[in-house]
Write a protein that binds this ligand. Structure first.
Ligand code: B16
Ligand code: MG
Length: 213
């Protein structure tokens, strides 16, 4: 039995895709850059600056590093404003019962997210003090598919990687978990990914015992 479960945040605990999309769309429209939901899907689990680089693939001019930082910062301000609309009702189906059951079984619980807004999101959905450890985009140099954020989460839990399971919705996140030597459960988009050890459409469809076996 595994001793720890590391949850990705966006797309696993709460869905902020739509909020990221709206903020990036406003930035892209301002610059006259084409951006749609299909391109937005490629941003899942990817860091803020890497997301911007994907959006700028469609740009007709090249931007300086300073301009890129300004665009990312504008997007983040819009995104931060929209986070104030999140409430505990936005926690995805099946998440709360799974968290409660795992905790009752003595399993340690962590967050491993690329998002630098992780503390604000957890606070908004009422889980600010819930997890035993939080590793996020503020503490790492290399984002998923690099395993850094999950290795940090395991370290903060005081567990070796092989004692941990990662729950992810992004292909890059599954790759990161496997690169870190961890078992990976793919949900949402990643439930179609053959590299995941186990898959489920949502956390509501997986028994906690199965997750940590
Ligand atoms: P921020 P996760 C990721 O979070 C999002 O999926 C991704 O779309 C976003 O670009 C990234 O966080 C960085 O977010 O701009 O808030 O630092 O899925 O790793 O929890
Ligand atoms: Mg995610």
């Amino acid at each position: 039995m595994k001793k720890g479960v590391i949850f990705d945040l966006d797309g696993v605990i709460v869905s902020t895709d739509g909020l990221h999309y709206k903020a990036w769309k406003q930035m892209a429209d301002r610059e006259g850059i084409y951006f749609d939901q299909v391109i937005n899907n490629r941003l899942r689990g990817v860091s803020r600056m890497e997301s911007l680089a994907i959006i700028l693939e469609r740009a007709e001019k090249t931007y300086t590093d300073e301009e890129k930082l300004e665009m990312a910062s504008m997007k983040n301000e819009l995104y931060r404003e929209s986070l104030s609309t999140l409430t505990p009702n936005d926690i995805l189906p099946g998440v709360t019962p799974v968290l409660e059951k795992l905790r009752a079984m003595g399993v340690k619980l962590a967050i491993g997210s690329s998002s630098r807004n992780t503390p604000a999101i957890l606070k908004q959905i009422g889980l600010g003090d819930f997890f035993d450890a939080v590793a996020d985009g503020n503490q790492i140099q290399n984002s998923k598919p690099d395993p850094e954020v999950f290795l940090l989460a395991a370290k903060l839990l005081g567990l070796p990687p092989e004692e941990c399971v990662v729950v992810e919705d992004a292909f890059a996140g599954i790759d990161a978990a496997k690169a870190g030597g961890m078992k990976a459960l793919g949900v949402g988009d990643a439930s179609r990914y053959e590299k995941a050890d186990i898959t489920a459409p949502t956390l509501a469809e997986i028994a906690p015992e199965k997750l940590i076996e």
